[in-house]
Design a protein around this ligand. Sequence first.
Ligand SMILES: Nc1ncnc2c1ncn2[C@@H]1O[C@H](COP(=O)(O)OP(=O)(O)OP(=O)(O)O)[C@@H](O)[C@H]1O
Ligand SMILES: [Mg+2]
Length: 257
Amino acid sequence: MNDVPVHAAAAGSAAIRVRGLERRFLSGGQQLEILRGVDLDVAPGEAVAIVGRSGGGKSTLLHLIGLLDRPDGGSIELEGIDVGKASRRVRDTLRRDRLGFVFQFYHLLPELTAEQNVLLGAMIGVSPFQWMTSRKATRAAARELLERVGLADRANHLPNRLSGGERQRVAIARALLRQPALLLCDEPTGNLDERTSGEIEELLLAIRRERGAAMVLVTHNLRLAHRLDRVVRLEGGRLHAVQAPGTAEGAVPLTMA
Ligand SMILES: Nc1ncnc2c1ncn2[C@@H]1O[C@H](COP(=O)(O)OP(=O)(O)OP(=O)(O)O)[C@@H](O)[C@H]1O
Ligand SMILES: [Mg+2]
């Protein structure tokens, strides 16, 4: 699986190019039109925040970009690859090697230690032989990442022995193991107290700068959103540009819809 040349087409391409994206759900016999033609461009290394009311479809959009779901219409290109037309193998490889996910509720496996959780993503789709030959280096990389997120002494702890902030640090380390070009974060600080939330926010922003990865971050925290390069609001099933506070029109509402 390692030999699928998924970023052969990457040179000069946008990190993300979404056009006319649609997603509908059937609920109680009713058709819900959640995404009604979403367009989004994210340049390599650019960080974009998505805000919008609860239930508006932000997670739905992130899942589509993260190849965890398929749209009902429109297209998604990641690093120049049209993922709607790509084989399952290419999608799986892209997801494992080019994308990193950080979710609100961490999604750690409870029976694995912090280090094993970090390693897990790297093991998916890898043959036993590949794993045997790469295991030592991958474990060293996992240890290094745990150290980077401030958890060097927690590598052997199970998630239930870690605080919320520490669990999110493990999730961030896990997201980074394959050196993703694109970090997808869905309310990464949404479940944490104010102080811990601030620490995780600083860590995420620092890591993005260090790695030069592009980022799409969904948040209800407008202050965090405006620390990114650009803010867009998901409303009525489409994305709309949001101006930075204090710019000419200054018409940015500081509370969420
Ligand atoms: N698999 C599904 N089947 C049916 N309805 C769904 C499904 N997934 C999402 N929905 C609906 O789509 C809408 C958008 O959900 P989504 O989770 O994307 O919202 P959100 O903007 O992330 O909200 P929040 O800010 O609360 O996280 C909701 O009304 C939700 O109930
Ligand atoms: Mg959501």
